[in-house]
Design a protein around this ligand. Structure first.
Ligand code: MG
Ligand code: ZN
Length: 188
C-alpha cells in the first residue's frame, strides 16, 4: 500500500453524509447523526484532520428553511457531536438556488464554499478530503486534485457513484468506512 500525505482537512457534505437526509431539514428535532459519523470525525481529529461541513441549503432561498431554523439545525448538530466528544471546525452553507436567487459561486458543485473555507482556515485545497453522497459534493476532489470519498446514502444515485469512481474516488457505505480505509493509507 502506498503511503499518502495526511489531508489538511475533511470537507464534508452534511445531509446524507453525516446526518440523515430529511428533505429541506428545518426542525432541529429531526437532526439525526448517521451511524459511525461521530467515530469517523473523532478518528480524523485524532489523526490531525479537522472536519468542516460544506452544505447546499437551497431551502433557505426557497423559503422552506428560515435562517433562524438553519442556525438552530446547525446548533443541534453541534450539540449531538459534542455529546459524542467531537466537533466540527466550521460550517459553510450555500443558501441560494439558481431558480430563486440566480446563479451563485457557492452552490456545489461550484467551489465557493471550499474557497471560503480555505481562505479562513489556511487550507491547500489540493490536500483536502472531500466526502459526500452526491457527485456534486465530491466534484471538488477532481477540480482541486484532492481526495474524494463517495458515501452511499439512500438518496445517492448510481450515475453519481459511477462518475466518482471513474474519477478515481472510493465509494463506501458510510463515512466511517471511508475514514478507516483512508487512515490506513496515511504516511506514518
Ligand atoms: Mg448530501
Ligand atoms: Zn450559493
Amino acid at each position: 500500500m502506498t503511503a499518502v500525505p495526511r489531508p489538511q482537512a475533511a470537507l464534508l457534505d452534511r445531509d446524507g453524509t453525516i446526518i440523515v437526509d430529511h428533505h429541506y431539514l428545518n426542525d432541529p428535532a429531526n437532526v439525526e447523526l448517521l451511524p459511525g459519523v461521530a467515530e469517523a470525525i473523532g478518528r480524523l481529529a485524532a489523526a490531525g484532520i479537522p472536519s468542516i461541513v460544506c452544505t447546499n441549503q437551497s431551502g433557505v432561498a426557497r423559503g422552506t428553511i428560515t435562517l433562524a431554523q438553519h442556525h438552530a439545525v446547525r446548533l443541534r448538530l453541534d450539540a449531538l457531536l459534542a455529546a459524542e466528544g467531537v466537533a466540527l471546525l466550521d460550517t459553510f452553507a450555500c443558501p441560494h438556488h439558481p431558480d430563486v436567487t440566480g446563479p451563485c459561486g457557492c452552490r456545489k458543485p461550484a467551489l465557493g464554499l471550499y474557497e471560503r473555507a480555505a481562505s479562513l482556515h489556511g487550507l491547500d485545497l489540493a490536500r483536502c478530503l472531500y466526502a459526500g453522497d452526491r457527485y456534486r459534493d465530491v466534484a471538488a476532489a477532481t477540480a482541486f486534485r484532492g481526495r474524494g470519498l463517495f458515501v452511499e446514502s439512500r438518496v445517492s444515485v448510481a450515475e453519481d457513484r459511477a462518475r466518482a469512481v471513474a474519477e478515481g474516488m472510493s465509494a463506501v457505505p458510510s463515512l466511517l468506512h471511508g475514514v478507516q480505509a483512508l487512515l490506513l493509507t496515511l504516511a506514518a
